[in-house]
Design a protein around this ligand. Sequence first.
Ligand SMILES: Cc1ncc(COP(=O)(O)O)c(C=O)c1O
Length: 426
Amino acid sequence: MMQRTLFSRRSGLLAQQAAAAALDVPLAQRLDHRSASSVTIPPPACMLRPLEVPLRYLFGPGPSNVPPRVLAAGAKPIIGHLHPEMYEIMNDIKKGIRYAFQTENNMTLSMSGSGHAAMECAVFNAVEPGESVLIAINGIWGERVAEIAERMGANVHKLEKTPGNYFSNKEIEQAIEKHKPVLFFLTHGESSAGLCHPIDGIGDICRKHGCLFLVDTVASLGAAPIFMDQQNIDILYTGSQKALNAPPGTAPVSFNDRACHKMFNRKTKPVSYLFDMEHLSNYWGCDGKQDRMYHHTGPVSGFFALRESLAILAEKGLEESWRKHKEVAAYLYRGLEDLGLKLFISDKDLRLPSVTTIAIPDGYDWRKLLMYMMKNHRMEMTGGLGPSVGMVMRIGLMGYNCEKSNADMALHALADALKNCKKSKA
Ligand SMILES: Cc1ncc(COP(=O)(O)O)c(C=O)c1O
């Protein structure tokens, strides 16, 4: 044992000396030396430089800054994706998601992928080619889900409004009666417009008409109240990188019994193997079987970080998290109005507390304002997305970033940009 330690210490030292020596030799010479080797493509020069990542204030619509505790969780040693300890961690994640979603659904897990993975998983599993779906579009996310459903061969019907507007329950019910969809999609937090859509009563309408209710909470979970079970939401998903404050790349999703009944009694297999819930439900221990089989290698570090972010939410409490987002958002609104800026969503009750949208100030080029803040304040805010491009600028203060001191910094940077960027339009 002693000998092994000495040996590994010595070889570690030798490796360090070799690395130091390599650094002393100019890069060109090192590459020249390699020209005698059998590879014809040399190592790219960028790969011989250390990774550099700047510190940024991520005050856009996501990703948001990640708290040190979550970063540290992601840096823990890797274990196997099928080790019993990993299953325990995955079980914890399932419980954390159930709390965050306010659901008792057994079929609750995290996708190995970003919010889009959960979006595709929901549509691919709940819908079969040729079936009708109804998609509410009042920003980019409805457009995106409509495209996903079209690609897998669904018969897509669209209920459309311009960004910033919402659908009444009556409009939704009339469209469901007309198109008889198997699934109705709605975005809770439309991050491209800054709108938080009312949810109450829509689940009941869907139930009455025998269609599944699918809701996107990527931008709203943890920032605005959502009660999956009480609101009769059949499928709910979110992302890791917004108010949850984990790194991008994992996406919680949950299916209730109605959704499971539909997706596990299909005539056709879902178009995606990776997103097939038959396999994922086993991988996540949701199918009641004793053994969990290999399906894919989950993002182990991403799941550690997700678990930690869900733990922070559980410690803080959902209600406190919702309250804080509302309070800081209200503080930000006042500051923005004091700067003479106009909030894009006029009805306060419809504003998304995590992502605030302002109308582009008259006469300014929004790209220049954003570039100025990035260059001079190391701060990210963004313009619109999809149909809201050219209409809005977006400020996100989510989770860890949701503090009045950050709102002050954002307001200061905006004021500075407005003062220093020349008006380019009349
Ligand atoms: C409301 C909403 N849905 C879905 C997504 C897509 O998530 P991702 O970029 O993680 O795939 C986003 C991302 O901004 C979002 O805001």
